[in-house]
Write a protein that binds this ligand. Structure first.
Ligand SMILES: NC(=O)c1ccc[n+]([C@@H]2O[C@H](COP(=O)([O-])OP(=O)(O)OC[C@H]3O[C@@H](n4cnc5c(N)ncnc54)[C@H](O)[C@@H]3O)[C@@H](O)[C@H]2O)c1
Ligand SMILES: *[C@@H]1O[C@H](CO)[C@@H](O)[C@H](O)[C@H]1NC(C)=O
Ligand SMILES: *[C@@H]1O[C@H](CO)[C@@H](O)[C@H](O)[C@H]1NC(C)=O
Ligand SMILES: *[C@@H]1O[C@H](CO)[C@@H](O)[C@H](O)[C@H]1NC(C)=O
Ligand SMILES: *[C@@H]1O[C@H](CO)[C@@H](O)[C@H](O)[C@H]1NC(C)=O
Length: 410
């Protein structure tokens, strides 16, 4: 009797102790991590709340889009594997929107279909904004498989997960690089797509996959073909901070800022004929075929405008419909003009060296943005290059290392 009793006692004491221990651990976890409760919040639909999955939300454009969505009261989940993005950007967003159920960050690779499926199973997404990609034309000609893998194949993974979990709205980040080098400017959405580098081809393939699939479902799809994106958050919270090793493939604004900070000696601007140095007359004659001053012409779209186009696209997306829109200003500007604006914005007399064109470069690219104006009532507002660059420079000049702690430089 006694033996049995004491045994029972010790057993139940053990249980109580065990339960208490478990409870303490749970409480600590619960208190330490506000995320611990958010999976419940985000795993079901809530009336009046639109939950948007932002892939690549730690990146340049994705982080700006996430900020706007959060400001507009959307619920946001960012999925990013930080291969190119910045945890610093996510942390800033988390600080701005700390309430549970507003912003969730999930560290994951979109190439991992199992993980992506798990994310879709655990979250009730209403829409997906798919930004995650690798996005450097020059790099794509050197490493084509990286591009087909991380753009085309990963888009397929996202689309399959959307289909499996019945997520009905997709806003896709495409690019003017899908058009290649059309002879007729400006580029409309009907301009034939003939991409000339793996980046453009990988994006075109993704578009094709999305469009074909959408014909078999009632999915609402918006494909936005951005032109060259510049600028940053006017309130100075976010910016563009690519990995240092990507600088050589970099975009022109990044290169301008690096030159202004003295990180690189100057700018290398591709020229569409080298004969300029030897035969100025031949140059001016040849350049008539290409661009006005021999440097490439581009359509620079401010990220603030681009993000507002995404929010409108989300609002206008209709089941069973695919909307395809150019997102640009409609104005072509030469790299020379751009550099002059950058010099004025930074106050630094940036050195410029002219080189022969890189493989995969296009001479002249600018949009006809009238379709998006008519159908989504969207138009670019930040069309002063110098102003956009000034805002970006304000963020850049105090941050030598992107999102690492600010540091003063001379
Ligand atoms: N920047 C431009 O001028 C421009 C122009 C046209 C189109 N786009 C498109 O816009 C989108 C965003 O571009 P960005 O300039 O912000 O680039 P970015 O490199 O700053 O951001 C891309 C983000 O995707 C993430 N990512 C990449 N592969 C991933 C993977 N396998 N799993 C999870 N996350 C992954 C990166 O970590 C990064 O945070 C891209 O689709 C790009 O092709 C950009
Ligand atoms: C504790 O109780 C369980 C039944 O709940 C029994 O299976 C186990 O043998 C007991 N352990 C001890 C140490 O008495
Ligand atoms: C991100 O994903 C890619 C695959 O797309 C993978 O090769 C890479 O190692 C990942 N990077 C990180 C930091 O997880
Ligand atoms: C992209 O895919 C390649 C495989 O082709 C992989 O090695 C690479 O790490 C992937 N991710 C990124 C961000 O490039
Ligand atoms: C179009 O946008 C402008 C400015 O954002 C707004 O004032 C106007 O009401 C919009 N028009 C329609 C038809 O939605």
């Amino acid at each position: 009797m006694d033996v049995l009793n004491s045994k029972r006692k010790s057993n139940s004491t053990g249980r109580i102790l065990g339960a208490a221990l478990l409870l303490t651990v749970l409480l600590i976890v619960f208190r330490l991590s506000p995320d611990f409760i958010s999976p419940k919040v985000v795993s079901r639909q809530e009336p009046g709340v639109t939950h948007v999955l932002v892939t690549g939300g730690a990146g340049y454009i994705g982080s700006h889009a996430a900020l706007q969505l959060l400001k507009d009261s959307y619920r946001v989940t960012i999925v990013d594997n930080l291969s190119r993005g910045n945890m610093g950007a996510v942390k800033i967003l988390q600080k701005l929107f700390p309430e549970p159920g507003r912003l969730q960050f999930i560290y994951a690779d979109l190439g991992d279909a199992k993980m992506v499926n798990k994310i879709f199973a655990e979250n009730a997404f209403d829409a997906v904004m798919h930004f995650a990609a690798v996005a450097y034309v020059g790099e794509s000609t050197l490493e084509p498989l990286r591009y087909y893998h991380n753009i085309t194949s990963n888009t397929l993974v996202v689309l399959e997960a959307m289909a499996a979990h019945n997520v009905k709205t997709l806003i896709y980040s495409s690019t003017c690089a899908t058009y290649g080098e059309p002879t007729k400017m400006p580029i409309t959405e009907e301009t034939p797509q003939m991409p000339i580098n793996p980046y453009g081809k990988a994006k075109k393939m993704s578009e094709d996959i999305i469009i074909d699939f959408s014909k078999t479902t009632n999915m609402a799809v918006m494909i936005l073909r951005y032109f060259n994106v510049i600028g940053s958050d006017p309130d100075g919270r976010l910016g563009e901070a690519p990995r240092p090793e990507l600088r050589e493939h970099g975009r022109i604004s990044g290169a301008c800022f690096d030159a202004a900070r003295g990180i690189i000696p100057g700018l290398k601007v591709p020229l569409f004929t080298l004969s300029f140095f030897f035969f100025p007359f031949v140059f001016s004659w040849l350049s008539y075929y290409k661009t006005a001053d021999g440097t490439c012409v581009r359509d620079y779209i401010d990220v603030t405008d681009l993000v507002s186009a995404h929010v409108l696209a989300l609002a206008y997306a209709k089941p069973g419909k695919v909307g395809i829109y150019n997102v640009g200003t409609g104005k072509g500007r030469s790299v020379k003009e751009f550099v002059e604006a950058c010099k004025r914005a930074t106050g630094v007399d940036i050195k410029v060296e002219y080189l022969s064109r890189r493989p995969g470069d296009y001479a002249e690219v600018y949009s006809d943005p009238s379709k998006i104006r008519h159908e989504l009532n969207w138009t670019a507002r930040h069309i002063n290059l110098q102003e956009s660059l000034q805002i970006a420079w304000k963020w850049q000049k105090t941050r030598l290392n992107g999102y690492s702690p600010p540091m003063a430089i001379g």
